[in-house]
Design a protein around this ligand. Structure first.
Ligand code: ADP
Length: 364
């Protein structure tokens, strides 16, 4: 059988462990030797003890844990060619040329670059006598499959990323708690949620919590929104509602790309309406805790499919990302996803917000 390795990279997300478990067990089931690469790309660059063989038992009982048992990191070295050269050497030393990368768009962009460079990296390793010619021939191509682990649901090409659903569970629990106390005191709450440049968490939170207003990057409020917001809050209070919930994405901006900060919104409301207004920034709570049933299943299905995709890869096949489309796990070209994700950023930059929403696709 062949050898394959799995690593988790970038920000952690609930559901990475069920994915790791499925990859290890599907790999072993198909007769492969499976390796963990610990601490993301850093472990790949460092080699040595960071690359360890996985066993059937080593992934027992991990599905219910959030985060990732094999560690995740951001790695400067891998951004430069010398780091990627060391990474290639370490993989060949372990006889690995199949890898599953679980990470966000940054990690998957890096994986794609690594694959494109592979033959030139091998050439350099042979020329500098770090790798034998025969090994370079045996491992002449690198197969890569990506899984998107991110609470932000910010990746084009999949309806859901691993972790987004669990993050929504954390947020909903928090909002429900805040709502009871806010009602008692007739307060206005501004709840800031994660998502970087993506408003998915904010939008779903607002819909699920009956919020009065949502600020999200893809749909900046029209000029004059300050009056609109205050009128809306006032009207709902006058019809008897005892609390107000405003959801604000951490990446919220106005039409001129100026960030909308929770402090500014609070100032506005306290000054104009004299409501007792509080801010809750959920922060890393959103990344924490156990994965939801949905994320456990998503990670498991995507992990199993990733191994099948690796086994079916040929020297000429393009790298894929395992995505959810409707309720199906499908393989989509990695490059197209990365390019589309980049196109969203460009559309936002150019204030073509409608286009950005459309590019984000079905998850909106
Ligand atoms: P995420 O994968 O969650 O988007 P980052 O963007 O921080 O997180 O990327 C994680 C790691 O992936 C980086 O620390 C770096 O090692 C690697 N990486 C990201 N972008 C590139 C790139 N363009 N080239 C090479 N490696 C990259």
């Amino acid at each position: 059988g062949c050898s394959l390795a799995v690593f988790t990279s970038g920000g952690d997300a609930q559901g990475m462990n069920p994915a790791v478990r499925a990859i290890v067990r599907m790999g072993i089931y198909l007769g492969c030797t499976v390796y963990f690469i610990h601490e993301g790309y850093q472990g790949l660059v460092d080699g040595g003890h960071s690359i360890r063989q996985a066993t059937w038992a080593s992934v027992s009982g991990i599905s219910e844990d959030g985060g990732t048992i094999i560690g995740s990191a951001r790695c400067k070295d891998f951004r430069e060619r010398p780091g990627r050269l060391r990474a290639a050497k370490n993989l060949i030393e372990h006889g690995i040329n199949n890898i599953v990368c679980i990470g966000g768009d940054g990690s998957l962009t890096g994986a794609n670059l690594f694959r494109e460079e592979w033959s030139s990296l091998l050439k350099e390793l042979v020329e500098t006598n770090q790798v034998k010619q025969e090994d370079a021939e045996t491992y002449s191509y690198l197969n890569i499959v990506g899984l998107v682990g991110s609470i932000d649901n910010d990746f084009c090409g999949t309806d859901m990323t691993i972790g987004a659903d669990s993050a929504l569970h954390r947020i909903m629990e928090a909002i429900d708690c805040i709502a009871t106390t806010a009602t008692s005191h007739q307060r206005c709450f501004i709840l800031e949620v994660m998502g970087r440049h993506c408003g998915y968490l904010a939008l779903v939170t607002a819909l699920g919590s009956d919020a009065d207003w949502v600020f999200m990057p893809e749909a900046p409020p029209e000029p004059g929104w300050e009056d609109q917001l205050c009128n809306k809050l006032k009207n709902t209070r006058e019809t008897g509602q005892r609390l107000n919930i405003i959801v604000l994405a951490e990446g919220a901006i106005d039409c001129e790309h100026r960030p909308i900060k929770s402090d500014d919104v609070r100032e506005l409301i306290s000054k104009r309406l004299k409501y007792d207004t509080r801010i809750t920034i959920l922060g890393h709570v959103q990344r924490g805790g156990c994965p939801s049933a949905f994320d456990r299943l998503l990670g498991t299905r995507m992990g199993a499919e990733a191994v099948l995709a690796l086994m079916e890869a040929t020297p000429t096949s393009k790298p894929v990302v395992i995505a959810l489309s409707g309720n199906q796990t499908v393989r989509v070209p990695l490059m197209r996803c990365v390019e589309k994700t980049l196109a969203v950023a460009q559309a936002m930059q150019a204030k073509r917000f409608k286009e950005a929403q459309e590019l984000r696709g079905r998850s909106f």
